[in-house]
Design a protein around this ligand. Sequence first.
Ligand code: AMP
Ligand code: MN
Ligand code: MN
Ligand code: MN
Length: 299
Amino acid sequence: MTEPHSHEAEPPLLRDLHTHSSASDGTLSPAELIEAAAARGISLLSLTDHDTVAGLSEAAAAAAAFPLTLVPGVEVSVTWQGRLLHVLGLAIDPECRKLLQGLELHRAARERRAEAIGRKLERQGIAGAGAQARTLAGTGMVTRTHFARALLEHGAVGSLDEAFKRFLGRGKPAWVGVQWSALDDVVGWIRESGGVAVLAHPLRYRMTGAWMRRLLLAFREAGGRGIEVVAGQTTPSEIKLLAGYALRYGLCGSVGSDYHGPENPWSSFGRPLLLPPRVEPVWTSWDAPPSVPLPGPPL
Ligand code: AMP
Ligand code: MN
Ligand code: MN
Ligand code: MN
């Protein structure tokens, strides 16, 4: 993708390649997300819901009304060396069978996990949270965020963060571990669908330098192409560290706010997320993102 050399007065193009809708744990519908992005002047946006592409056709239909290019995406949960990772698939073909089959395994695992979390919360004396989380998720992917919202509505906690710290986080009373798909498999599905695999928020895994090195080598070996260098809350020193990783391991850089909705006013959604100039932007990996099939006429 070429970019016109801008006059100094021109603001930078706003790009955001990591966002969520109500198809997973975002609070805006896909169409509302697109409207919000367009209103903020974002011109390149990827919808990357957790383990689902179900929001993409509604997003594509909404994007047609704005000067906004939608990059079809997904954020896939991965288990690697016993750790949970998130891998973004960008510029994927959302109709790719192999990808859809993989995501279906994750949907089923999420449903089973939701029931198990509900039972554990009941044992903690919190009845009905499982059903409430399922209701809040609607037809979308059920996530721990929905449990956190259910616990908040129930009055069991005062904030989403408290819900994770007291109940839903690893090792807490309602923690249910899931063996997600392997790194090689997930990167394989993304590549099979014509997409580009990007390691999401590398610093959130709290790895030592040695583990980060192992991970980045394994990710590249698996066919991964990029890492997120500028994310929601990354500081300048973190951006420098991540840019260094991208250069050292031959990976592109991506930018994304990880927006989940307007209730997070501190979110960087709509702010310029600027990649350091030496890092190759991941969005040069695709010429034009594959088009997303629009929803058919109502039956
Ligand atoms: P899941 O993929 O179902 O295990 O849910 C993980 C999601 O929970 C993440 O994508 C975040 O959106 C959310 N999450 C994780 N930790 C926290 C936290 N401390 N506060 C609020 N949301 C969180
Ligand atoms: Mn989330
Ligand atoms: Mn994530
Ligand atoms: Mn995310």
